[in-house]
Design a protein around this ligand. Structure first.
Ligand code: ADP
Length: 624
């Protein structure tokens, strides 16, 4: 069989022909590609076509991203009406060489590049019009004029003929002369659709004869005198010459198959899903153009490759098992999800359905259709995270509400009880005492509510700044000036790092810890020390005191809401350490206490180290 014609780069003086009546859309596509290639090579373009075709070619060029109007303005392209031009080239019923040479020669001069070696390419339908009018010899005469013109310069020509390759006129003798006038026949059908349609039609119609016919075709078909003819057209012509009795039946059946094939292809190509056919080893036999929108690869890049090549390394095993499952159960659809690797190397989630149709004689492949679900997956993951977060914060809220209600009720009970007593109090002294207790209860409730509010208002929005911890500790101590003075507390601060955090939150942490060190003092003079240690990924900060200490069994509890180990003798709400824990954990750190009753306590917490600001200076040591 003859090779496919050279369409992208036809050699100079190539004279192409396409018989387009069976599929005009293919003519538009092929002429579009032919003209586009010319524009890329900076050749001059001359298009002589009926208006309907010229409009279709212009639309096709625009679809391919070029601007044919600009080419016309720049005198790189010229569109002539076929009817008018033909009239100008004829004398009576016959083409006139002098007129033809003048009209077409002038048109070529208009579009010829200044750099002459770049040449021109033309598309023409003059001959097609003569053919349509039944003026076959005039058409062949005009083809010869064209060939004469092609010899004179660097020119290629593409002719379109309204001949139906499935019709009897294609097998008429007049077509032989036409073929002889050209160098290449451009396929009249899409890709290999025409070839497979003709092949199937021959199998059906010729039955047992087919093997002989095929071997005869191989040995006796010598298209040397003709143009390079594609396999499908060559087979139709051969059958017409050698098995004429069956030629009509083969052509009619081939037409049905071709259009069926086209309809199927249109369905597949326009489906939002990608569709691929693979063999039993996983090699890609076919993949639809919609694959490009999912994987970035064009079908030609994937055909011949193994399917697992585009599967994410972590999903290769499961995908391999899916393939085994599919192979073991013909005709049963197996559903799967996997990560595939896009051409740009990003990973995308894909959901697909695969059916083993290897035993179906019309398919003989494993068929998969699949779609991109990356966005859906991300949403699902986000929703899962949100649901977990919600469940956690709901549980926290329940605990919180329970504990808050419990602790708020205690001063409320006091207020209610003493208000009753106030009603029956006999003396001013009694009434004064009741009022004092009521005020105490209300004040305590107000303090509780303030602390609760500051706990609930802690928000972690990841906004961070460079914070000098040394300054933060000083600020916290200054806020406690009164209590420190009254108790005679001293504070020693070791060199401290600069960290990435929210400054106001860190002031609150140190203030709570230092205030506790003052509140829970022993009889000894209060000594507080703040130190820092650089760990591999975090800073360890310690606030130590020489106070009363905490028994080990309470070391965890004291960080809970309203957890106090003391009564009213020491003021407090039991929320200070809960606030510290929420802040530290919000920064990605941890907080705990090392303590021995009677010796003192060391509250420790960590702050993740930001490697960019790290190696930062340690603040000056100070003693307050
Ligand atoms: P508050 O101080 O308001 O009671 P905190 O949450 O700050 O609440 O502390 C919880 C409990 O932990 C305190 O009631 C106290 O019993 C104990 N505690 C906290 N800090 C110290 C400390 N430095 N020394 C001894 N006990 C402490």
């Amino acid at each position: 069989m003859s090779p496919q014609p050279l369409l992208e780069k036809p050699e100079p003086e190539a004279h192409l022909v396409q018989f387009y009546e069976a599929d005009e859309h293919v003519l538009t596509q092929n002429v579009g590609r032919y003209l586009l290639e010319g524009l890329k090579l900076d050749e001059g373009l001359l298009v002589i076509a009926i208006k309907e075709h010229a409009d279709a070619f212009i639309r096709e060029l625009e679809r391919c991203g070029t601007d044919p109007d600009a080419a016309v303005r720049n005198k790189r392209a010229l569109f002539l009406d076929a009817e008018e031009t033909l009239d100008r080239c004829m004398t009576g019923d016959q083409p006139d060489w002098r007129r033809f040479e003048h009209v077409i020669g002038t048109a070529f001069l208009e579009v010829r590049s200044r750099e002459d070696h770049l040449g021109c390419r033309a598309y023409g339908e003059l001959v097609a019009l003569l053919w349509k009018r039944g003026q076959f010899s005039a058409a062949i005469q005009l083809e010869e004029f064209w060939n004469k013109l092609l010899e004179s310069g660097n020119i290629k020509l593409f002719c379109g003929y309204p001949i139906d390759v499935f019709g009897p006129e294609f097998r008429a003798d007049s077509v032989n002369a036409l073929l002889c006038a050209h160098t290449h026949v451009v396929p009249a059908g899409l890709d290999s659709d025409l070839e497979s349609a003709v092949g199937r039609a021959m199998d059906d119609v010729l039955g047992a004869e087919i093997l002989n016919v095929r071997s005869e075709m191989r040995t006796s078909f010598q298209p040397t005198a003709w143009a390079t003819v594609p396999a499908a057209e060559a087979a139709i012509l051969w059958i017409g010459n050698h098995v004429p009795a069956k030629a009509d039946a083969v052509a009619a059946r081939a037409r049905t198959y071709y259009h069926g094939e086209k309809r199927f292809r249109a369905l597949v190509e326009n489906s939002a899903d990608a569709i691929s056919l693979i063999d039993a080893e996983g090699n890609v036999l076919y993949t639809s153009t919609s694959t490009t929108s999912i994987l970035g690869y064009g079908p030609r890049e994937l055909v011949g490759c193994n399917w697992l090549r585009v599967v994410h390394a972590e999903d290769v095993d499961s995908m391999g098992r899916t393939l085994e499952d599919v192979l073991a159960t013909p005709r049963r659809t197996v559903h799967w999800q996997a990560r595939l690797i896009h051409k740009s190397e990003r990973c995308c989630w894909v959901e697909g359905a695969t059916t083993n149709l290897l035993d179906d004689p019309d398919v003989r492949a494993i068929v998969s259709n699949y779609r991109d679900i990356t966005e859906r997956k991300h949403l699902e993951e986000e929703n899962e995270k949100r649901a977990e977060e919600l469940a956690r914060s709901n549980a926290e809220l329940q605990d919180f509400a329970y504990v808050a209600a419990h602790d708020l009720r205690e001063p409320l009970r006091t207020v209610a009880a003493y208000t009753q007593l106030l009603k029956i109090a006999q003396s001013d002294e009694e009434r004064g005492q009741c009022a004092d207790i009521i005020i105490g209860g209300v004040t305590r409730m107000a303090t509780l509510l303030d602390d609760l509010l500051s706990l609930t208002q802690l928000e972690f929005d990841n906004s961070r700044e460079a914070v000098e911890l040394h300054r933060v500790v000083q600020q916290a101590f200054k806020n406690l000036e009164q209590a420190a003075k009254e108790s005679g507390a001293t504070l020693a601060v070791d060199p401290m790092p600069v960290v990435q955090a929210r400054e106001s939150y860190l002031v609150e942490v140190f203030q709570n810890l230092i205030s506790n060190a003052i509140k829970y003092r022993s009889v000894a003079p209060i000594e507080i020390r703040v130190t820092s240690e650089a760990w591999e990924r975090e800073w360890l900060i310690k606030v130590s005191d020489n106070g009363i200490g905490i028994a080990p069994k309470y070391h965890d509890q004291i960080f809970g809401l309203f957890k106090r180990l003391h009564g009213r003798e020491v003021p407090g709400t039991g929320l200070g350490l809960a606030i510290c824990r929420k802040i530290v954990e919000g920064m990605g750190g941890k907080i705990w206490v090392d303590s021995k009753p009677g010796i003192g306590s060391t509250f420790c917490f960590t702050i993740p180290r930001d490697m960019t600001t790290d190696g930062s200076e340690l603040g000056a040591q100070s003693k307050t």
